[in-house]
Design a binder for this molecule. Structure first.
Ligand code: DC
Length: 239
């Protein structure tokens, strides 16, 4: 599929947990030579920091006061790895790309990402990182909140069991073994929390295009999105 790479756009990909958002976002970024920003990784990095430093008080009612106070000390960024050809997540200068994808982080990240102050900091960072366009961002509130003017918005979904199986395979490939049911329940709980939180909940933007990838492989999804971009550009050229 030919895509005119002269018109730099912002691509916002939102959707449920483990729908393959990052797989398609990475493939698109590589194909278009765009930057890729994994916003979930940013919330995961803050969660890892909070866990490591005992900043989540789960004893009584979850309290995030200590985390909010410490936020100025938390620096999250991405560094491109030329070997893997992907951006890796750094927390205060340490590569934490693997550590942020454990079940412990999975279990706490929705709570942390619902904290208003955490979101304000991450959203500001995401807007700064994406300000020059030519960027693909994936998350939960990209098309509705971070970049509501993004030229292309996708809302991704897939069958629950398939999503759980994909996450289980990802964890197992890193030696982190769990039962399918545990992973499925974690996904459903995260989806619920992401959709029902007060700050920037997960909702489908009115102008988003739904991509259900239950029965689509990576190449088919990539073709689908590249065609959308090519059609958009054609319309723009005709105007
Ligand atoms: O995409 P992910 O599973 O790595 O995201 C981890 C969590 O971060 C997810 O449960 C919700 C939260 N998140 C968010 O609130 N807003 C975003 N833009 C991205 C992720």
């Amino acid at each position: 599929m030919f895509v005119n790479t002269l018109h730099k756009i912002t691509i916002a990909i939102d959707g449920y947990s483990s729908c393959g958002k990052s797989t398609i976002a990475k493939a698109l970024a590589q194909r278009l030579n765009y930057n890729y920003i994994d916003t979930g990784a940013m919330y995961r990095a803050v969660t890892l920091y909070a866990l490591r430093n005992g900043l989540i008080d789960t004893q009584n009612k979850p309290s995030f006061e200590a985390l909010i106070k410490t936020l100025p000390k938390i620096k999250v960024d991405f560094v491109f790895n030329p070997h893997t050809k992907t951006s890796e997540t750094f927390l205060n200068g340490e590569n934490v790309d693997k550590e942020i994808r454990t079940m412990e982080v999975n279990e706490n990240v929705s709570k942390v990402s619902a904290v208003k102050e955490v979101r304000e900091k991450m959203v500001a960072l995401q807007r700064q990182m994406g300000k020059n366009k030519a960027v693909v961002l994936d998350g939960r509130d990209i098309g509705t909140n971070v970049f509501p003017d993004a030229e292309l918005k996708l809302f991704m979904t897939a069958d629950q069991k398939i999503r759980a199986q994909r996450r289980l395979d990802e964890l197992s490939s890193k030696g982190d073994y769990h039962e399918l049911e545990e992973v499925l329940q974690n996904l459903l709980k995260r989806d619920y929390e992401d959709m029902h939180r007060k700050e920037n909940p997960l909702i489908q933007a009115k102008d988003a295009i739904v991509l259900d990838n239950t029965d689509l492989n990576k190449e088919e999804q990539l073709e689908f999105v590249l065609k959308l971009i090519a059609d958009m550009q054609l319309t723009k050229d005709e105007q």
